[in-house]
Design a protein around this ligand. Structure first.
Ligand code: DGL
Length: 246
């Protein structure tokens, strides 16, 4: 069996990889942090599909045939495209598992990148599953600020603006894998229950056959920088390798 490939634009995917590693310590994973293209959320659907095409090809070159898009922006904009262009690979997104965990709710706020919100992927999937009002809110600056390890005071200021429309919702979906990293700040600005993709992703692996091995973390940008970001945010000392895509 081959390791599973995991893909995101940066730190959001690291939190998914580390959570999976905690739950399944023997599972082999290859993570690509495509930081050279971050943030994905400000790009068009066509640009996101083109970037994902090259990234999936990179996994293919590594001999990997199963990839999890640990990224809502890629899942909502490029999944169909990737299924069409890589029919022999198993490529999964994370929107369905995130929506499937929802209980009854009256008002669901979706906080996500501009590209995820523009796709309306959450809204249409939620409306098929739950009878609730859905409020979609884009947060264009958040991923860049999280990647830059921006201080809490500045993050709280932009969250004031982004959370105003979803403050009263009884459920708030963190529709970007970067946002759980500042969940404690978002919790100060909304009153509803906060849900994200991490728990459902872990559950989705529970009955899966997994290759045993280590975790390899690549970045398309600067390995020393990502290694430092991981140390600061997660307190883990992890070696990062340069991933040359294309
Ligand atoms: N973490 C990603 C997501 O879940 C990508 C964010 C970005 O690069 O804009 O949407």
């Amino acid at each position: 069996m081959k390791p599973i490939g995991i893909l995101d634009s940066g730190l959001g995917g690291v939190s998914v990889v580390l959570a999976l590693h905690r739950a399944y310590p023997a599972m082999a994973m290859v993570y690509l942090a495509d930081q050279i293209h971050a943030p994905y959320g400000s790009k068009s659907k066509e640009e996101i599909c083109a970037i994902m095409h090259d990234n999936i090809n990179w996994f293919k070159q590594q001999g990997i045939d199963e990839v999890l898009l640990a990224c809502n922006t890629a899942s909502s904009n490029a999944l169909e495209y990737l299924h069409e262009h890589f029919p022999t690979m198993k490529i999964d997104g994370i929107i369905d598992v995130t929506v499937d965990q929802l209980d009854d709710a009256d008002c669901i706020g979706v906080l996500a990148t501009s590209a995820t919100i523009a796709s309306h992927a959450y809204k249409s999937k939620i409306e098929r599953r739950v009878d609730a009002v859905v409020i979609e809110q884009a947060a264009p600056e958040l991923v860049g600020m999280i990647e830059a390890l921006e201080d809490e005071e500045n993050l709280l200021k932009v969250l004031d603006q982004y959370c105003a429309s979803i403050r009263e919702c009884d459920t708030v979906i963190l529709g970007c894998t970067h946002y759980p990293l500042i969940r404690h700040l978002i919790a100060q600005k909304v009153s509803g229950k906060i849900v994200d993709s991490i728990e459902p992703i872990i559950k989705s692996f529970a009955s899966k056959e997994m290759a045993r091995g280590d975790i390899r973390i690549y970045t398309t940008k600067d390995p020393v920088h990502l290694s430092k970001q991981i140390k600061i945010i997660f307190g883990e000392k992890i070696e990062v390798i340069k991933g040359v895509v294309k």
